[in-house]
Design a protein around this ligand. Structure first.
Ligand SMILES: [Zn+2]
Length: 61
């Protein structure tokens, strides 16, 4: 099997992984009920997308 020629140092590994962090989740306020939702999605709290109700909101309990 093909193998790496030499051991990768901890520093090299760290430098490569410096760019692997996940982005923070972007949230906007729902225009209808003001809960924080992900943009361009139907609000899970009230079932509205922008100005219209598109689904009947499911109650969390
Ligand atoms: Zn809403």
């Amino acid at each position: 099997m093909a193998n790496p020629k030499r051991k990768l140092s901890r520093a090299s590994k760290g430098h490569r992984r410096a760019h692997l962090a996940l982005d923070r989740l972007q949230l906007v306020r729902c225009a209808h009920c003001s809960t924080m939702i992900r943009p361009h999605t139907i609000c899970a709290n009230c079932g509205y997308y922008r100005t219209k109700q598109v689904v009947v909101a499911s109650s969390p309990n």
